[in-house]
Every structure is written in C-alpha cells, then in structure tokens.
Design a protein around this ligand. Sequence first.
Ligand code: AMP
Length: 395
Amino acid sequence: MGWNSLDDMDLAGKRVLTRVDINVPMENGQVTDATRIERIVPTIKDIRAKGGSPVLLAHFGRPKGKPNPEMSLQPLIPALEDAFGCPVTFVERPSRDFIDAQPSDAVILVENTRFTPMEEANDPQMAQFLASLGDVFCNDAFSAAHRAHASTTGVAHLLPNCAGRLMQAELEALEAALSNPKRPVGAVVGGAKVSTKLDLLQNLVKKIDVLVIGGGMANTFIAAQGADLGASLQEADLHDTARDIMAAADAAGCTVILPTDGRVATEFKAGADHDIIALGQDTKLAADQMVLDAGDDAAETIARSFDGLETLIWNGPLGAFEIAPFDTATVTAAKAAAALTRAGKLVTVAGGGDTVAALNQAGVADDFTYISTAGGAFLEWMEGKELPGVAALTR
Ligand code: AMP
C-alpha cells in the first residue's frame, strides 16, 4: 500500500496534526450520536502511546468560509474528553508558540477549519500555516478524503504523513472488497435513484460477478424493460441508461438480479395495505400503485445469491425501509448476509448514505465485516475515483 500507518511513524515528542471527522449531530449543545468521536479514539490513544501530542483539525457543519459561533467545535470538548479519557485544550487561533507551551502529551483541538474560505479552496498559504503547527500529519478522516482541502490534502504534501487507525481500517476494508477481493464478488445497490448511482453502477459491473439492484432504482430498470409501474418512484428519462447498464453488465459477464416481485401499495405510510405482485416486462400496475419494496420471492432469490459469493459490497436499501413493512426485503437479505459473515463464509462491506441506518434496523450492523461511516467518500471509492485525501498520503 502506498501509505504509512501509525506503526511506521516515530512520534515521540512530536506534535501530530491529525485530521479527524467529528461532524457529529448536536441538539441544544449536546452531542446526540457520538459514533464519529468513538471511531477516532484508537488513533488518539495510539498517538499518545507513541509519545506524540495530537493536534486535531476538523470541520463542523457548513459555515461557508466564515466564522459562525453556531458551528464552533468548542461545545464538543466534553464529549471528546469523555471518549479520550483525558483533557482536551481548545484553541480558536492557533500558533506554534501556543502549541509548544502545552504539555507533550496534550490533546489540542483547533477551531473549525472551514471558518476561512482558504480551507475549501485548498489555499497553499493555509496549508503552510497548518503545517507549521505540527511535525507530522495524520489523516484519520476517510469521510472527508473525497475533498481536496487545505486540511486534507494541502498539508499532507508538506509534512511526513500517515493514515490514522480509522482511515487505515476503511482503506483496508475497501481494498479487500473491491481492489483485490476474493471472488466471486457481488454487490447490492439499492436506494432511491439511478441518477445518483450511475457512475457506481457503471464501475461495478466491470469489476464484480453479481449485481443485485433494488429499491426505487430497480423500478427504473424494470420499467425500461416495458413494465408500467404506476405511481412507483422511477426515472422515466433513464430507461436508455438502464438498458445501457444491463448491456455493459452482460458484456462484462456480470449477472444482474432485479426483483421478480414487489410489495405494492397505494399509500406511502406505515402498515399500509399492500399486495405482493410479480414484476416483469408485462407488469401493468394501476395508476395509483407503487412498488415500495422487493417481494418475498425476490428477497429469497437475493439472499440465496449470496451463498455462492466470497465477498459482498452493500450500498442502499432494497425498499422504503424506514416504513414497515417495506423494510422486509432489506431485513431478510441483510440477515442472510450477516449469517454467512458470522459463519466465516462471506466478507461483507457496507457503506454510503442510508445504508448504515438500514443495516442497523435489520440488527446486523455488528455482524458485517466492515461498515463504513463515510457517505460520499465511500461512494466515490466504489465509483473507482481516486480520493485526493488518500492520494496525498505517501510513503
Ligand atoms: P439512497 O439515498 O439513494 O440510498 O436512497 C435511500 C432512500 O430510498 C430511502 O429513503 C428509501 O426509503 C428510498 N427507497 C428505496 N426504495 C424505494 C421505493 N421502492 N420507493 C420509494 N422509495 C424508496
């Protein structure tokens, strides 16, 4: 791999500029979900165990290049101290003198990097300034790695650098799933729209053996074959694109599985009356009917398709999983993937957008081999794009 991990670095007595993602949800000044904070704990602990002092760089919200007290990182201090088990010193306007005046094992948090437009512009002066604050750069923010900003790429070019533990885990899991997977490899791609996942589908069909398409985006594929899916979520302007993707899959030897039946209702609400209806090119739904989930046969076929795989990538739900019973297919398939993972037969890597919520709902999040907390960066990786924050890490 082209990057260093913390194991490769001598950090004794060093100030370690550490880019983290602590963009956690807050309500009334309290952190409501500390997952992102918990995930950087190993990096903070390992830097300190190696004699280094972490100087944390992070963004929070979208302040659009201007200081905004509502998006200050200062209110996160108690949650960070809780998670790290040590004091955290906040600094609004950092300088090397201030940092050098702190104890050699201090954890220092610098104010929101996005309070200046220079961050998102990847301004070389800001990168130089950030580099002056540390001796080593550690990037632990995989979820921000698809952005070339001063604190993600600019500074990486100016200091000896490495991946933090979370970045390392993300990169190792994603490389195991897509760059160098055990075959056969399959993917579940679900969610609302084909249009947001075009690049992803086009890249995947070239690289994988089985592609399961579910959710609203499956409607577009089924309608492209000639079905009339009534009021279902679909993108009528993408029928040609859907056919192109099917042809590309065929040419690449990738088997595509589309739902052969669907859970159909006329209302989009919990517990709505519904029928299971066969889906195919001749299907004709009434004008007010919607396919809101894959049906039971489809869920079974999808679950069984995992049996022959060694590796499974998962992005997006198979239906409108937020509303029961339209979570049924997602839950059935996710449980099957989880059981194979527990049995040591399948490597399962999931991520992006609503995927984490859907797998949590299925109660399987702990059983998957790896669940990425990154949204956009996970998708861009799956699309085969180079992530600037990763590319900037060098050995
Ligand atoms: P995405 O952000 O593209 O992964 O899409 C996730 C969203 O797609 C979730 O909010 C689901 O409720 C929604 N979704 C999935 N399948 C359907 C469907 N058949 N009809 C309507 N919405 C759906």
